[in-house]
Design a protein around this ligand. Structure first.
Ligand code: BG6
Length: 503
């Protein structure tokens, strides 16, 4: 479909300059933006056209002349308007501007489509949606509204936001972004599961012992204390990004690859997850270490007694035939020793006495950095030994698909919006099911009288000291302490004295 007008609301903000514009440029560069597209930036800030361009292109990399030229061309298709978020006259002026551009492009009847990206703080979501509906809604074409989290703070506030937006825009006009759904490895989950006969057959409680979904960041919340303190790590990344990954891992096979078929299955599996209980949670907050400030020492943090978790490990249970009894452990933390996101599926021990005690198989989907799919499996140690060693079947994208460029998640999602594909966006009932799993726990944590235990961990560490015990409690077996992926060389293994051959 040809959508000639894209309007970025909140064009002067962080999200717009870091994500939306670089993604739009990526699509432009690769020829995926419809010809004759006009991108209009809109925000409260008054700025000149030159200031606008400087601001929205500052995160776009243009290392060579060809890209520089493309960036120059890109700046020709965009303009800026300042206006208020709660003022009809401002929205009418925006509408005028779009109409003038539509007239210039001589768009035919029924083809004056508009997409609005709300790169905005949640406090203005509703007034902006109202202003758009009243004054800038496409009268002779389709309108699409792209919104991004936070979608409320709990079930109630999210439902209220849903009702308010739902009164203005139809569900099929709304695209709720969870940018994890645009990540290459997350988009790969369905393929791995349903296009491989062997994974498909062993994907249940009979073969899988536990699943871990891990999100680690090395940076703390420095400078973001205001936003973060209100939300905490559970609302920031677990209720949305990690839960989306979980639902793709756990859902049943959809009847087709149509967006509604996929979303139906995601909703179904989420509805089988009871609310997380406090006993299944380990919470932590980082303290200063390694020359870095603690969470409470950040200047942007107002409440110096804050008990907001910056780390959480939560175990979710899925009450259905496939997953009953299999713990899904989500771990997420800021200011840790490593930056990575991965899914680790650990299989059960092999039965029988032949190779009893060999390490468990694991399937790991590395989301970032460096996409990879690998299976930890047991192999005979090469040579005269009959010892079993842990090895891997490794599909590291960098080496296997070396000449392929993986698009940024936003680039891929914006393209989906332009193509009217809802598969990778969050549906209203999905959002509600997601909040129901987290809301009771979040309310307990937020309640100061509940005094929920929160442990500390040093900036730059692996997280709370209790973490290893926590994951062990749910059956995770870190069988080979020396094995670490990516494996650089096996020489240390082969140099170690082999056991006597089993003749
Ligand atoms: C955002 C969170 O939604 O996702 C951030 O608000 C987090 O706190 C970010 O850092 C992680 O995204 P990515 O793409 O860097 O893994």
């Amino acid at each position: 479909m040809y959508i000639p007008h894209s309007v970025v609301l909140g064009a002067s903000g962080d999200l717009a300059k870091k994500k939306t514009y670089p993604a739009l440029f990526g699509l432009f560069r690769n020829g995926f933006l419809p010809e004759n597209t006009h991108i209009i930036g809109y925000a409260r800030t008054k700025m000149t056209h030159q200031d606008y361009l400087a601001r929205v292109t500052q995160y776009i990399k243009a290392p060579d002349d060809e890209t520089k030229q493309l960036l120059e061309d890109f700046t020709q298709i965009t303009s800026y308007r300042s206006g208020l978020y709660d003022d009809d006259a401002s929205w009418q002026a925006l509408d005028e501007c779009i109409r003038a551009s539509e007239a210039k492009r001589q768009l035919g009847s029924g083809r004056k489509h508009r997409v609005f990206y709300m790169a905005l703080p949640p406090s203005v979501f509703v007034p902006v949606a109202e202003g758009l509906k009243k004054n800038a809604y496409a009268q002779d074409g389709l309108t699409r509204l792209v919104v991004e989290k936070p979608f409320g703070m709990d079930t109630q506030s999210s439902n209220q936001l849903g009702r308010e937006l739902g009164a203005l825009f139809k569900e099929d006009e709304i695209y709720r972004i969870d940018h994890y759904l645009g990540k290459e490895m997350v988009k790969n989950v369905m393929m791995v599961r349903f296009a491989n006969i062997f994974f498909n057959q062993i994907w249940d409680r009979k073969y899988i012992d536990n699943v871990q979904i891990t999100f680690k960041e090395t940076i703390g919340t420095e400078g973001r204390g205001g936003y973060f303190d209100e939300f905490g790590v559970i609302r920031d990344v677990m209720q949305n990004h990690l839960l989306q990954v979980l639902s793709l891992i756990a859902m049943e096979r959809p009847i087709s690859t149509e967006s509604e078929a996929i979303r139906d299955e995601k909703v179904k599996v989420l509805k089988c997850i009871p609310p997380i209980v406090l006993e299944d949670a380990l919470l932590g907050q980082y303290v200063g270490a390694n020359g870095k400030p603690g969470y409470l020492e950040d200047d942007t943090l107002k409440n110096k007694q804050s008990r907001t978790p910056t780390f959480a490990a939560l175990t979710l249970w899925i009450q259905n035939e496939r997953w009953e009894g299999v713990p899904f452990i989500m771990k997420a933390g800021k200011a840790l020793n490593d930056a990575k996101v991965e899914v680790r599926i650990q299989f059960r021990n092999v039965a029988g006495s032949l190779y009893k005690g060999s390490p468990r198989n694991e399937l790991v989907l590395r989301v970032q950095p460096g996409e990879a799919v690998y299976v930890k499996f047991n192999n005979k140690q090469p040579g005269l030994s009959y010892q079993t060693i842990q090895s891997d079947l490794d599909l590291t994208y960098d080496s296997r698909y070396s000449n392929m460029k993986i698009p940024d998640a936003y680039e891929s999602l914006i393209l989906d919006v332009l193509r009217a594909d809802h598969s990778n966006f969050v549906r209203d009932d999905e959002l509600e099911a997601a909040w129901k799993i987290f809301t009771p726990l979040l309310h307990t944590i937020d309640n100061p009288t509940a005094k929920v235990p929160i442990t500390t961990y040093p900036y730059g560490s692996r997280g709370p000291a209790e973490l290893d015990g926590f994951v062990r409690r749910y059956g995770y077996d870190r069988s080979d302490e020396n094995y670490d992926w990516p494996v650089q060389s096996l020489s240390s293994t082969s140099e170690s004295a082999p056991p006597p051959p089993r003749l």
